[in-house]
Ligand binder design. Structure first.
Ligand code: SF4
Ligand code: F3S
Length: 107
């Protein structure tokens, strides 16, 4: 089992999540973070830390965000590791909660 970052991280990227991960398995793209499914130890510490409520246990990913499971696996192989919190993206407050952000994902 792994945890998965879903749509609401896109264009927000608060990064509070990375600070609590005991195995440092977060990876960073231009406007989204992902979790490496083979490295996550399923500790659940990150889930309550996300101000955007964008992190789910794999078995609780909403029906309309199922594709994020594969997306986390794919992008975590490509993007660099991130272990320290940084400033959120400048318009994070504006984008937080917006639906249909997948087409805003930058790779
Ligand atoms: Fe890291 Fe635990 Fe979150 Fe997995 S569940 S990404 S191990 S903090
Ligand atoms: Fe994204 Fe939430 Fe982490 S917005 S960067 S999953 S704290």
């Amino acid at each position: 089992m792994t945890f998965v970052i879903g749509e609401n991280c896109i264009k927000c990227k608060y990064t509070d999540c990375v600070e609590v991960c005991p195995v440092d398995c977060f990876y960073e793209g231009p406007n989204f973070l992902v979790i490496h499914p083979d490295e996550c130890i399923d500790c659940a510490l990150c889930e309550p830390e996300c101000p955007a409520n964008a992190i789910f246990s794999e078995d609780e990913v909403p029906e309309d965000q199922q594709e994020f499971i594969e997306l986390n696996a794919e992008l975590s192989e490509i993007w660099p590791n991130i272990t320290e919190k940084k400033d959120p993206l400048p318009d994070a407050g504006e984008w937080d909660g917006k639906k249909g952000k997948l087409d805003q994902l930058e790779r």
